[in-house]
Every structure is written in C-alpha cells, then in structure tokens.
Design a protein around this ligand. Sequence first.
Ligand SMILES: [Fe+2]
Length: 749
Amino acid sequence: MDRRRFLKLSGFLTVSTVAGLLAGCGGDDATDTTVAVLPPDGKPTPAQALKFPQGIASGDPRADSIVLWTRAVPLGADAVASVPAAGDLPLRLIVTSDDMSALIGSSAVLGGKVLADVSLSAQAAWDHSVRHKLTGLNPATTYYYQFVSGETRSAVGRFKTAPAEHLDPGTLKFAFLSCQDWSINHWGGFDLLAAEDVDFVVHLGDYIYETVGEAFQAGAVEAMHAPLSLPDGPYKSGNSGARYANTLADYRALYKQYRSDPRLQQVHARFAMIAIWDDHEFSDDCWGDASTYDNGSYDKASGRGDNSHQTARRRGANQAWFEFMPADVPFDAAASGFQTIKLYRDFRFGSLMHLVMTDERLYRADHLIPEAAVGSSIGSRYLVPTAQLAAAEAQKFAAGTASGDPLAQVSVLGKTQREWWQSTLAGSKAAWKIWGNEVSLLRMRLDASKLAGVPAALRKEFVLNADQWDGFNAERKVLVGFLRQQKISDVVAITGDIHSFYAGVVYDDYATGAPGMVDLVTAGISSDSFYHYFYAAAQDPALAAAAPLVYTSEAGAEQLAIQMLSAAIAGAAGVSDLSDTAAVQAAVQGAIVAGKVSATAFQTTSGLAKTPINTFDDTVGGALGTTLAATMAALAGKSAAVATLSGLIRQQLAAVMGLPVASVPATEVLKRLNPFADQASGVAPVNNPWIAYTDTDAQGYAVVTLSAGELRAEFKKIARLDGHRAPAAPLLQTTRLQVPRGQVKVNRL
Ligand SMILES: [Fe+2]
C-alpha cells in the first residue's frame, strides 16, 4: 500500500490522509504514524521565513477529518495587503495528538508524536491562504497542529474530531455565535468564548460586515479596533459617508483585518468552527446576488419588484468566504453566474446530534414586498403590515404554482436545498437534530390594532422584520409542517442575525397550528442591538406616541400617568373622543376648578431620571406595558400624578369589587397602571406568546450542552464598552434554559 498520498482538488483545497491512525485496522500501515506528502510541484520544501498574520483555524470536524487553515506571507510583508509578487510560498503542516494544550495560541515548537507532516503551498492566486483537509483521523480525539516554514512557526492550534457515528458520546457541548461587527462596541466576548470548554463552535454568519461607516456602525468602538480600510470600496451614495466592499480585494481585506484580532485568533486556535454565512458576508439584507441598498425597481403591471443584481460582487464575496473560512465546501471559480459555492451541509456527532447547516441567502427569493413598492425598507423588510404581506405571498404563491414550484417566489432555501433539508431530517436517527439557521423562525409580530396610544397609521398588525422567516411564512409552514407530519421530534434551530437573545417554539401556522420545533437565538457578539435600532428610530418626533412601545424613563412614565389621568377624567366628564386634546384639557380644567382633583397632579416632578428603560422586551416577547406599569408604580411616593392616578384606579376597583378602598390589592392597581392593559380585566396584550425568553438589548453568545434527556442552553450576555476598552470582566449575565427531550418547549431554569 502506498504510504505517500496526495490529492489535489479543484480550487485550492488540498487533501491528505493520515495513514495507520486507525488502531487495530491491521496491515503494514497500522504501525506507521507518519505520512509525508509531496507538494504540488513535487519539489522538496525549502526553509523560508514566513509569518501568519491571520493566525490559524480549523473547521468542519467530522469523525475522521478536519480542515486546517492559515495565511502565510513573507516575514517583511504587510499583514493585510495582498502580495502577489511573493509568488507561491512553501510551508509545512505538522499534526500531533499528544496533549499540547499548554502551547495553544503560542508559537512554541509543537511537540509530541508527529502524525502528519504535510508539505503545502500558500498560493498567491488565493491571497496566500492555505486550506488543507486531513482525513484518516480517529473519532472523538483531540489533535494539535502548527504550520511551519524554516524557523518560523504559526501558533499551535487544537481541534477535536466528532464522535463515531454509531456511538453515543453521552454529552456534547458547543457554542454558537453571530454578528461580529468590528466597527462598534467591543470583542471582549471572544476572551470569554476562548475560555469555554466546548467541543466546537458554530458561526451563524455576519463574520464580517461589508460596510464601513454605516449608520448602524456609528456608535462607540473599542480603541483596539482601528478604522477598517477597503482597497476599492465605493461610497454607498455620493462622495462621503459609508463605503462598502465591492471587489474580491475588498472582501479579502475585510477578512484579513477582522482575523487580525488576537482574541478571535485565540478562539480559532482552540476550537474547530462550523460556519455558515448570513447577509453581511455579501450585502445587507441580500438575496441571491441582489443588494438592497437601493429601493430597486417595481413593475406595477406584474406586481414584481427587483433590486440591483451584482453578480461580479457576489462572486468576489463567495471566493473570499471560501478562502478565509475553514470549511469543507465545494467552490468553483470557473462556474458561471453567482452560485459558485455550496455552503449547506450536515454533520453527525455520534448518535446524539445531527447538525444541519443551511444557506439562507444564496438561493433566497426577493422580499415579498419589494422596497420600491412602498418606497422604503420600512413596509418592505421592517414593520411590514401582516395583511399586506399575506396578500403579496398569496399572489406570488399562485404565480409559483402556475410555474410548477409554489414556493419558488416565496422561498428562503430554494427548492433543491429545501428537499435536501427535508430528506436529511427525515433520514436522521440522531437524538437531537440541530438546525444551523441564520434568521429567526419565531414570529415577531406587533399587534397595534387596539392600542389607543399609538398613531392611527400604526394601528394594525405588523411583523417587525420580514427579512427573517416571518417574511417567508409559506415556506416556514411547509418546513415545520413537514416535521409534524413526519413526526420528526427534537429539532432545535440555533439562530443569529437579529442582535438579541430569544428562545421559543416555532409553529407551522402561528394562527391555528401547533409548535413543531424550538428556536434558540443568540445576540451578536458585538453588533448593536435590535433594541438600539428601534430606540434610534423612536427618536423621530413623528413616532413620539409610539415610543413607549420601545422605551420609557421615570420622566416618560410620569408623562404617561398624566395622560392616563387626563383621559380618565375626560372620559368621566363625557368626552368621547380622547384624541380631542382641547376637549380633554377643558375637562381636566373643569375638574380642577370643581376641586375634584389637585392641579399638582398634572405637573411634572422635577429630578425624575430620563435614562431610557427598555420596554421593547415586553412588546416583542412579554406582556405589553409590564415594565411601564412597574416604572410608574415605583414613582407613587414622589409623583403627584402617579399617586393621584393610583388613587383613582383604587377607588374605581373598590366600587367594582365592593371592597373598602384600603382592601384593594396593590397588584390589581399595578395591572391598571399599564396603559396597554384592558382597564376592566387588567389583562395586557401579549404579541408573541410563543417566545419564552427575550432580551432585545444584548451582545453575547450561547453555549449548548446536549445529552440524551435534555438540551441545556446558556445565553452569555456581555458587559458594555468601558470607555474605549473592552470591560475587564466581560460576562454580565448568564441565562439558563432547558429543552426537555421529546417536548417542544423551552423552560427557563
Ligand atoms: Fe448581524
């Protein structure tokens, strides 16, 4: 048997097999633990001083293989700029299995028994990135690796192979993350993540952000992150403001700058990563090769809209992802069109877990309501009226049906991937089926139809974000319905994208159906939060009346108390239209003059804090107004308005309940301090009862521990920026959740 093997695939993924690792497999290879692999040109490897400015990485761990990655350039070269003149650079990859954990992340000489010593080439054509797939490894085994050239060495890395397919490993532990915007907040979370004891890490996308200087990147950032540069990146509009990656060189530059962060490098050195992309690896809220920066075009006659298709840009984004992520995926630069890469793939971790990773950007249809049809991303991708979305979906579903694939125009996955997803899950015998999903499956609606406090134009039902699965309800219905019909249980999605933590159950039909699976959503590791975007939008004076749906403050809660008190007095005085400010004011004046209420009850209390308090969690994943009512109640001792309103509510309740005023329970008063609650019952609306946990204002990541009986998840929330530095103690809060095996539910522990 030939012990020297070398395989070269298309593209630049090289493969070698470690011979003789499988104990007891017999034959003369069984005792041979070293393999020498010739470089592509067959020449011996000379010693040359190189450096590894983007560190090392491992990815796509399977029971018998791994992909190992680095980028090597001459010692004197710039860390980020491409250096085509350097030509192809030879280097070696050393893999050992003795415990070298003390050396991880350092460039000390990797010791231990050498299992593989592979000659490789960092090719200029691939920006000197190197990717090598090593096969023939043992399952559930920790290995160490290092790239070497002459006397220079990369950091030492570690990875663990997956358990053998038929065996139950007992437990598995992994972390998942998304949304690592370089340009805002801080990356202290990577220090925490590097210290975790996990088997591997799943990245759900937004590994890079394609823009520099975009509005959502305008907040404070740690000093350690210098402004990013793009070699070609044009301005999004005019000659100033945000710029975006437009060429292969731009996307490469972003990966090289992002990967220069030592904390991210330490995470890669310690754990194999299984990565998928989301939108920002190409373009914000993209679909296929279409960018949504402009409002696109819209054809009234056909009802079809479109965005600008940027095939060359998409191809560059695909290639850069392939060059810089340690993934075992096919890439074909010679293919025409924009689908040059296939990211969706699955992984088995013994009999305990089957991980299914989907690509929710490359095959996706346009957003159901094109931006140009409404003139803005608002109404198209964000805050989309549910009725309009359903009508657009029905129209596109009918058009698809006529063309042979009903979901063709309303799909995230595309037909081929959808059928692969279905057959993979139907065929899985694993205890847990984990779906590496990019955008949340949880319905996030805002039913503002009965909210008197918001402007009339907002008094309808919306979905908050139609770039998520909420915008593609028909396909979600098919997928979750498939799980239910096929009785495929213990399916849990792990999700990113939305820059907040959520946990909840996913329905095939949120109006009439039943839950079919669980969705666990992590906040971004650094990106600004979903709450923060809505907070910024609510600063628009035109939306002032809707602001309590997003945030309040002590002063804001008192203002609401004054409004509620005024409305109650005006109502008692017979004013039927409470939006008639003059009539309300007149009724209030009348009550003051008549001595029924003190004028001080309508005056603001000096010194109340204006610090924003998040009420958006209640709007998205709780009972609306709960935090508002609590904020108001806490002011009862110092605000005449709140004290008067509370007293009025107490009197009314006493009359209704037939109790003395003093006997009215405080909890009943508290419920009615909620401006959104039904005043008779005290019950507040719940927009999304399927969401069991919400934190809309967070950065962090999640850790999952699987066993036969349960899934445990920890949401690790990270502390804020400390001046211009990452906080010394990055962990702010850990939230513990449980999904019991055999049940579609999430428990908070
Ligand atoms: Fe993101």
